[in-house]
Design a binder for this molecule. Structure first.
Ligand code: AMP
Ligand code: MG
Length: 313
């Protein structure tokens, strides 16, 4: 199936000065409707055989500059919004990826929303309510650090959380997550049809790499704040999470809101891949500065004359 934004899946992404081919979109995009095996199909350590970290980071910086220029046009044109969703296991590098990739963007054109456990008020509504309130307006880039996808992930791994959602008995059926996949697909289609581009990144970290990063967070005092014993408790559910992620990817990667599985064992590569996908998505939008009408041009010229005629004080 063709992705809505027409990502050329064979497109090769050259990295570094040599410009040698390193990876293709088809290495990371989840084909709509296709069964997903994280183990077989996606290697967390994948870097396309590339090991020039410096070269990759230069490319990220160049992408960030392009993004910043495109965001300005997005804002002026005021037709589209871009919603970027990040999901991952703990310590996969969501925060770092967000910080790096968005570092050059005008803060007025960008907002990040982190989704934690729902509040009492949140639980009085359906699970899409708090996300609907946070979607970016036209001209804006919105980033979700976690999202409504938690409602088919953590809530699936821990069924007691579903109990807290105060759903009517009729909703408590075995197919509740299949229903949620459909609701999410419909929600994202509605967003897309009304001008919001939705891009979704699953940062795919390996269990061994998570262990290394947890150990670093414990052993290096300046990283202690990043570690919570709750993260270690969640690690015990690793396999259940992997299954939930696979089901999510399989059922919610659509032509209008595709998932990208980002190899995340190497932070520099993850940042490169994310920035490439966002740049490519921007390039596929018909971004144009709004046209200035003749009447408006005349008006501007008239004001200009009046300003020039003013006596300096
Ligand atoms: P962190 O991103 O490390 O600050 O952690 C946020 C926590 O909130 C994670 O443990 C998530 O699993 C949890 N969380 C986010 N959304 C939900 C949700 N809808 N239901 C339950 N827990 C959630
Ligand atoms: Mg955490």
């Amino acid at each position: 199936m063709k992705l809505d934004l027409d990502f050329d899946k064979k497109r090769e992404i050259p990295v570094g000065d040599s410009g040698r081919v390193r990876f293709r979109f088809r290495d990371i995009a989840v084909e709509p409707g296709k069964a997903v095996s994280l183990k077989k199909d996606f290697d967390p350590d994948f870097t396309g055989g590339y090991d020039d970290k410096e070269g990759a980071l230069e490319k990220v910086a160049a992408n960030v500059e392009r993004l910043s220029a495109m965001q300005e046009i997005l804002y002026a044109q005021d037709n589209y919004a871009l919603l970027i969703i990040f999901q991952a296991m703990d310590a996969a590098g969501k925060d770092g990826a967000i910080r790096h990739v968005m570092s050059g963007i005008n803060p007025q054109g960008c907002q990040v929303t982190s989704f934690k456990a729902p509040s009492a008020e949140d639980l009085d509504y359906g699970y899409l309510w708090r996300a609907s309130k946070a979607v970016p307006g036209r001209g804006m880039i919105g980033i979700f650090n976690r999202s409504y996808y938690e409602d088919v992930l953590v809530v699936r791994v821990h069924p007691e959380l579903l109990e807290k959602q105060k759903l009517p008995p009729s909703a408590h059926k075995a197919d509740i997550f299949q229903k949620r996949f459909k609701e999410i697909n419909n929600f994202e289609k509605y967003l897309r049809q009304n001008g919001t581009i939705v891009l979704k990144f699953f940062l795919n970290v390996s269990k061994n790499e998570q262990k290394k990063r947890f150990l670093a967070r414990i052993e290096e005092p300046e990283k202690n704040w990043k570690f919570s014993p709750a993260d270690y408790a969640e690690r015990k559910y690793w396999d259940s999470y992997q299954t939930a992620f696979e089901d999510m990817l399989e059922n919610t990667s659509t032509e209008w809101a595709p998932w990208f599985v980002i190899p995340a064992d190497n932070k520099w590569f993850a940042r490169l891949a994310v920035s490439e996908v966002i740049s490519a998505a921007f390039e596929r939008l018909d971004l144009r500065m709004p046209e200035v009408s003749k009447a408006r041009k005349n008006e501007l010229m008239q004001i200009r004359r009046q300003l020039l005629d003013e006596e300096d004080e």
